[in-house]
Design a protein around this ligand. Sequence first.
Ligand SMILES: NC(=O)c1ccc[n+]([C@@H]2O[C@H](COP(=O)([O-])OP(=O)(O)OC[C@H]3O[C@@H](n4cnc5c(N)ncnc54)[C@H](OP(=O)(O)O)[C@@H]3O)[C@@H](O)[C@H]2O)c1
Length: 311
Amino acid sequence: MILVTGGTGFIGSYLVKYLVKHGEDVRVLVRDKSKLELLGVKVDFVKGGVTNKDSLKEAFKDVEEVYHLAAIFRHGESKEKIWLVNYGGTKNVVDETLKRDAKLLHVSTVGVLGFASSNPLDEESPYNPNPNPYAQSKAKAEQYVLKMQREGLKAAIVRPAFVYGVGSNYGLNLLIDMVVKKRLRFVIGDCRNFIHPIHVKDLVKALVLAMKKGDSVYIAANEKPITLRDFLNLVASYVGVKLRYGFPPKLAYLILKIKGGIGGSSAEETISLFTRNWFYNVEKIKSLGWRQEIRIEDGVMEVVNWLKKLK
Ligand SMILES: NC(=O)c1ccc[n+]([C@@H]2O[C@H](COP(=O)([O-])OP(=O)(O)OC[C@H]3O[C@@H](n4cnc5c(N)ncnc54)[C@H](OP(=O)(O)O)[C@@H]3O)[C@@H](O)[C@H]2O)c1
């Protein structure tokens, strides 16, 4: 039996469907049972949460592999809740995995590394999470997994980069949505900085490979990064709008400071998305046999078409 936490979320729902399609017996730890129907596949489930140890005990019955995705991503939640779920929840999952001698695939984030300089970051880069509770709690959670690995936990960690795909309404999808809704005409800076997307379906394959073959930390992102400008222009070409670059970052910062950042990110984080490099070396996940299958042009077009229908 395979247990998935966060299996009704964006990435988790793709993962659960993939595992079931490949003949696996899957159990999902769910907070809201009605969300299971949206998965459209037959799975076992236990109602509960990662902060509820009793529900975890029940969920772990006969489990050999655990994909741990449950986390609070949106910055709108209280700091305490984010820490409780992202760090405390991971600790509970790790402790139960160790007790059962199961294997853990922990889903972390490249956010634990912060932004890059002129060279891509890799698995050896030092921790440097942004000063927000999400990145900080994910870094601490990952460090706990590594600590327990040294004490016998069977585990691998995947740090996804900018995940996009049909079904998400935040992260890169939020940026795509802003272009689709024509809410982004004047863009901060010249956007010559790199971002590093990965399609959710390519990510799922990386997660499964790391579970089967991995035993350390792996960054998962497309084989090549893309400048933010090329990415936005790609979206704009599908929408039929022309973006104007060069809105002064300092002025944008002042406006964002008053209005709040974009998508729950602070003014500082929003500016750094538009001005810093966020790119990675992906040789380590490739050494497990992973390859990018979805071209950015195709993945983005799919998301644009989906968002247009929702408008
Ligand atoms: N999306 C990205 O760009 C990205 C990038 C890097 C890393 N990640 C990581 O990928 C993982 C999945 O993210 P996502 O994008 O799929 O986010 P998501 O759609 O918000 O999914 C998060 C999942 O966690 C569940 N959850 C929240 N609190 C819980 C609790 N107390 N107990 C049990 N489950 C709980 C949610 O349950 P409900 O379904 O009931 O709401 C949801 O299924 C996270 O660990 C995140 O840090 C995501």
